[in-house]
Design a protein around this ligand. Structure first.
Ligand code: GCW
Length: 671
């Protein structure tokens, strides 16, 4: 009696804090399905659905995932055990070969139907329905008609064999290659589930700087275990393939793509992989870039290299060939090189080759104009590569919501018959993953929003950043309307804040060598000129900025005339790109009426002030967020406040050492 009750109470006391902390450590991501309240709960209880199958729909692993998710989500949101209505799954074809298009609608007052061609439709439909319910929508009024904007919605892991992650800021790799294939970490299932919930359908599991070991039989067995685990979630695995593998592990003397023995080797390798993984996605390749081997080592073109691998895969898979190339030999303007290398090859790539192009022409900077290749290769399938992990935006310590960054590129009119998003509709979008073994997956809690946003935008690039931020925050953090207004506004302004305190007015690549974290505008002595921050700023006593007009590198000419016209005149253009395209004297008048120098300082100050405002906004939300995540974010924001000042003060001091100018009137004193 009493002893037992005391023991139970004690046990509850010891368990409670741990359980509560676990629930709010961020592991659940946006799939918390926190219990609904108020009207939303009453509506769900009034509907009280059970999940059933339409007559033509039979079970299978992918449908089982959809059913389990619905059961879990509905219960967690507060649906009663005693049911009245139903959610009917009408996805007749088993398996997930379709594109995942689905619709959801009420057929009568008691029945919601999720319908589509095959099980993938019901998988995506299930997650979409739960999202709507989580947002408090009336179940019987939900009507969705969705189709993915592009076939490949992909995450690229830069994860290494030893468990380290290149540019990873969320702990070690989630892939435990040592224990695979015998042991599959549950986390990989949770990962697939999170990806399926946002429509991600492909994952490259290893770094593009790839050793050939991944192509060895023992690794193919490991990959197979992952592929089997992810199949029910609609995710195909891709492998980064080292171009020199025939030499590295194949015993051949060459990796020349036109050499018959090399071609046979890759064909046999592909056959071996497909025997283990019948739906293997294909190869992702970084070739002739930053020291990686490639076809140019043998005097062959990127098309020769890509097509050779494409022939090995045949209709079974896809070669994703990266356009991220720049060479030490031609350092006149790094921004021009990918276009110069690839555009002449338009029309030469095999049908199952996709050329993957970073959002901007340099390298994942806080702000870049869109890459000029978009629109310039109409006969080639293109893919958009974004970086979810924040290599150049303060790692996982600084808060920056990246949907506005990607949207800036995706929405840009290329002037060549469509937007950037339109140019990748036959290819897709790949995001460099920001996921690791941290409890909350991504290091910073708000970095989860970037993973989420990337998936949502790949599914539908016309979604507004604001809508994505809001739905993420509502599912992940809390549903209070005032809270959501405040947090959404904070997220939407956060990337511009980073731009302002790191690289305002179109500056780029002022980060420290290799680590790319703090400011280092003074660095000018690295062997490769285009690795030096001074190469990008071109700052001296007289002025600052990179002249990419006809009087300079003329990178502007790589854009369609209508686009180039927008950026040609420094007086008329969007000043967010000013110093990307123009070298201007320090006393040049900007549109605000301030001198260039004063405007630059103004923007650094504005960035610092924006971070201070973010910290204040967050501080006011204490009552709306669990204590654990509130404190985590508050701590990171303190670091960001300090480091925004570091960026501003170090940058301004360096420019002053060149131009000898005093701080403009009204500027904040250094911290
Ligand atoms: O952004 C740069 C990174 C490298 C990366 C490279 C790439 C994987 O600094 O770490 O290498 O781009 O995209 O290939």
């Amino acid at each position: 009696g009493l002893v037992n009750r005391l023991a139970a109470a004690l046990l509850a006391l010891t368990l409670l804090p741990a359980t509560a902390a676990h629930a709010e450590d961020g592991y659940a991501l946006w799939l918390r399905y926190a219990p609904l309240g108020g009207d939303a709960l009453a509506r769900l209880q009034g509907f009280a659905p059970r999940v059933e199958r339409a007559s033509g729909t039979t079970g299978g692993p992918m449908l089982a995932v959809a059913e389990a998710e619905l059961a879990r989500g509905l219960t967690s949101l507060g649906a009663p055990a005693k049911t009245k209505g139903s959610i009917r799954l009408d996805c007749p074809r088993a398996g997930g070969d379709g594109d995942g298009s689905f619709h959801i609608r009420a057929v009568d007052a008691r029945t919601l139907v999720i319908a589509g061609a095959d099980h993938r439709a019901c998988l995506y439909g299930a997650f979409a329905l739960l999202r709507e319910l989580s947002l408090g929508r009336d179940p019987r009024a939900i009507e969705l008609d969705e189709r993915p904007a592009m076939p490949l919605r992909m995450l690229d892991h830069w994860d290494n064999v030893d468990g380290s992650v290149e540019r990873g800021y969320a702990g070690r790799s989630i892939f435990d290659w040592w224990r695979l294939p015998d042991h599959l970490d549950r986390r990989l299932i949770d990962y697939a589930r999170a990806n399926a919930s946002i429509g991600i359908d492909a994952v490259a599991v290893n770094n593009v700087n790839a050793p050939a070991i991944f192509l060895e039989p023992r690794f193919i067995a490991k990959l197979r275990r992952i592929a089997d685990a992810w199949r029910p979630y609609g995710i195909r695995v891709f492998l980064s393939a080292r171009f020199s593998a025939p030499r590295d592990i194949g015993g051949l003397a060459t990796a020349d793509p036109l050499d018959p023995a090399v071609r046979r080797w890759w064909k046999a390798k592909a056959d071996e992989i497909y025997a283990a993984i019948p739906d293997f996605g294909g190869f992702l390749v970084k070739a002739n870039s930053e020291g990686q081997p490639g076809p140019q080592d043998y005097g062959r073109s990127h098309a020769d290299g890509a097509n050779m691998l494409a022939a090995a895969l045949g209709s079974r898979g896809t070669v994703i060939w990266r356009a991220f190339v720049y060479s030490a030999e031609d350092a006149s303007d790094r921004a021009k090189q990918a276009y110069a290398d690839f555009v002449p090859l338009d029309g030469q790539f095999a049908d199952n080759v996709i050329v993957q192009v970073k959002n901007g022409p340099i390298d994942f900077q806080p702000r870049e104009p869109f890459h000029p290749i978009f629109g310039a290769m109409p006969k080639t399938r293109l893919m958009f590569e974004g970086q979810i992990t924040k290599e150049y935006l303060g790692f996982s310590t600084h808060l920056a919501f990246l949907a506005p960054l990607w949207k800036e590129a995706l929405d840009a009119d290329t002037g060549r018959g469509g937007t950037v998003a339109g140019m990748v509709r036959r290819g897709g979008m790949a995001g460099v993953a920001n996921v690791g073994s941290d409890r909350n997956w991504t290091g910073g809690h708000f970095d989860q929003a970037n993973w989420y946003a990337f998936g949502r935008l790949a599914w539908n690039p016309s979604l507004a950043s604001e809508a994505v931020a809001r739905e993420w925050a509502a599912q992940t953090l809390g549903r209070d309307a005032g809270f959501l207004d405040a947090v959404t506004a904070m997220m939407l302004g956060s990337r511009q804040a980073v731009v302002d305190y790191m690289t305002p007015l179109g500056l780029a690549h002022q980060m420290g060598t290799n680590h790319h974290y703090g400011p280092a505008p003074w660095v000018c002595d690295l062997a490769r000129p285009e690795w030096n921050p001074c190469y990008y700023s071109r700052a001296d006593a007289h002025g600052i900025g990179f002249d990419r007009t006809a009087s300079g590198s003329d990178a502007l000419a790589q854009y369609a005339p209508s686009v180039a016209d927008e950026w040609r005149d420094p007086k008329a253009m969007d000043e967010d790109y000013l110093l990307w395209f123009h070298h201007l004297p320090w006393d040049w008048r900007t549109r605000s009426g301030r001198s260039l120098w004063a405007e630059l300082v103004h923007r650094y100050d504005r960035g610092v002030a924006a971070v201070d405002a973010m910290a204040a906004t967050w501080d006011a939300q204490r009552s709306h967020v669990d204590a654990e995540r509130f404190a985590d974010v508050a701590e990171d924001l303190k670091v960001q406040q300090r480091e925004a000042r570091w960026w501003r003060d170090a940058s301004i001091a360096w420019w002053q050492s060149l131009n000898g100018l005093p701080l403009p009137a009204g500027a904040a004193p250094p911290a």
